[in-house]
Design a binder for this molecule. Structure first.
Ligand code: NDP
Length: 434
């Protein structure tokens, strides 16, 4: 604890995984003898750097950049960059730690890493974002490479930012190394279905969970938190599968639209105009209402998909959901439910799919983007989306089978942690003391 003082989110993520591993180390005591868990609590490498840049008023601004290269036993470090004022080293470490096991669950050859900055792109002009990204990459580039470390997007980092980052990487290295970043534009090495992948994948996973329990998402009332990349494409896929998303949110509040969220309007507001959810309520006239204080989880639903940020759903919100009849929760975001909320769901018998399994479709499709880059190929949307669907079904199967194997049927938290950890630990042991 002293060694990682103040890194609350990192402690939370580690405790969540370690809390699951009792039965695993009991069955495989050599993981303890070889101190695999202690090794995994220490990232392979942590990089912290200054990011100076000039704003439109000519003022020098200073931000802090991070890259935590957490584990490379299964492949090059892989995981997104987050630009948000709340980003601290502990945030990046928690995300990197989660990423190791998530990436292992995909079955693809990718290690775990994460990065970002406390830079806030909100309210910044395109040229300010560009100058920031160029300065960020001017330091980060020396640590990256298609066989070393391959970042992608996360909160505050979408297609625009990846473009500026890739442009600067290409410029200072004089290499068109498409496989060094994922989430690129289609014309310059991006993969079809990558934009949709995390949201779609979360809903594919939720759909598998429902089917496994003899139920379905069709005709169900759904609440999605957030209204960013993951949330938008979760809304799209739920709607395609016949569910109705009645509410979504951002950090300024939430909107309720009983007719179902108007996806074209939401995309235009969020992806093009970069507006707040209040604008959605205004443009829908009397058909949608904006709520600025309170929690989106107060809106009754059968299925809840938290797709905004960590610790956005606490035990009080979980109790409200349970009272309102929610029977399935699948996490599109990373660690959105607090440990107390997870306990409430599990005790109430709610089907609960943790982020490291449910939202793995994004990184899996990033690995598909790397495959396309390596073979100088470009797949169709249908082919890529079909691969994504297959990967999500496989993850579901692996999590369910692992939980059953340890006599914990239906415990997705245990299944995901045990299956992810075992893959990483076995690879570490095979490679010696590293
Ligand atoms: P975006 O930046 O596109 O969207 C984030 C959304 O969450 C926005 O609506 C934002 O609202 C809201 N949000 C962020 N922080 C807060 C906060 N502190 N309080 C309330 N609302 C907040 O990010 P993504 O959609 O890419 O990421 C969402 C989650 O999904 C994150 O946990 C991320 O780690 C996870 N994830 C993303 C993947 C991807 O491929 N993009 C892959 C796997 C996981 P506002 O605009 O007002 O800040």
């Amino acid at each position: 604890l002293r060694r990682n003082a103040g890194e609350h989110e990192f402690h939370q993520a580690v405790e969540e995984v370690l809390g699951s591993l009792g039965p695993v180390v009991k069955r495989h005591p050599h993981y303890l003898d070889e101190r695999v868990i202690e090794r995994l609590c220490e990232p392979e490498r942590q990089i912290i750097f200054r990011v100076p840049w000039t704003d439109d008023a000519g003022q020098v601004q200073i931000n802090r950049g991070f890259r935590v290269e957490y584990s490379s036993v299964l492949g090059p470090y892989k995981g997104g960059l987050r630009f948000h004022p709340s980003v601290l080293l502990g945030t990046v470490k928690f995300l990197g730690f989660e990423q190791i096991f998530k990436n292992a669950l995909t079955g693809m050859p990718i290690g775990g890493g994460k990065g970002g900055s406390d830079f806030d792109p909100k309210g910044r002009s395109d040229t300010e974002v560009m100058r920031f990204c160029q300065s960020f990459m001017t330091e980060l580039y020396r640590h990256l490479g298609e066989y070393t470390d391959v970042p992608a997007g996360d909160i505050g980092v979408g297609g625009r930012e990846i473009g500026y980052l890739f442009g600067q990487y290409k410029r200072i290295t004089n290499r068109y190394e498409a496989g060094v970043l994922t989430g690129k534009g289609l014309a310059w090495g991006g993969s079809r279905a990558r934009t949709e992948a995390t949201g779609y994948g979360t809903v594919y996973f939720a759909d598998e969970m429902a089917r496994h329990a003899g139920r379905s998402l069709e005709g169900k009332r759904v609440v999605v938190s957030g209204s960013g990349n993951v949330a938008i494409y979760a809304v799209e896929k739920v709607t395609e599968l016949g569910g109705t998303v009645v509410a979504c949110s951002d950090s300024s509040g939430y909107v309720v639209d009983e007719d179902g969220i108007d996806l074209d309007l939401l995309k235009d507001l969020k992806e093009v105009r970069r507006e707040r959810v209040g604008a959605y309520a205004e443009e829908r006239g009397g058909r949608a209402r904006l709520v600025q204080d309170g929690s989106v989880w107060d809106v009754p639903c059968e299925v809840a998909l938290p797709c905004a940020t960590q610790n956005e759903l606490d035990d009080e919100a979980a109790r409200t959901l349970v009272r309102n009849g929610t029977w399935l929760v699948a996490e599109g975001a990373n660690m959105p439910s607090t440990p107390a909320a997870v306990r409430v769901f599990q005790e109430a018998g709610v089907l609960f799919g943790p982020g490291k399994a449910a939202n793995a479709g994004g990184v899996a499709t990033s690995a598909l983007e790397m495959q396309q880059n390596a073979s100088r190929d470009s797949w169709t949307f249908e082919h890529t989306d079909a691969r994504l669907g297959e990967i999500m079904r496989n993850i579901h199967q692996r999590v369910v089978t692992t939980a059953e194997d340890y006599d914990r049927p239906g415990d997705y938290v245990f299944g995901a942690n045990a299956a992810g950890f075992t893959s990483v630990a076995d690879a570490m042991l095979a490679m010696g003391v590293i």
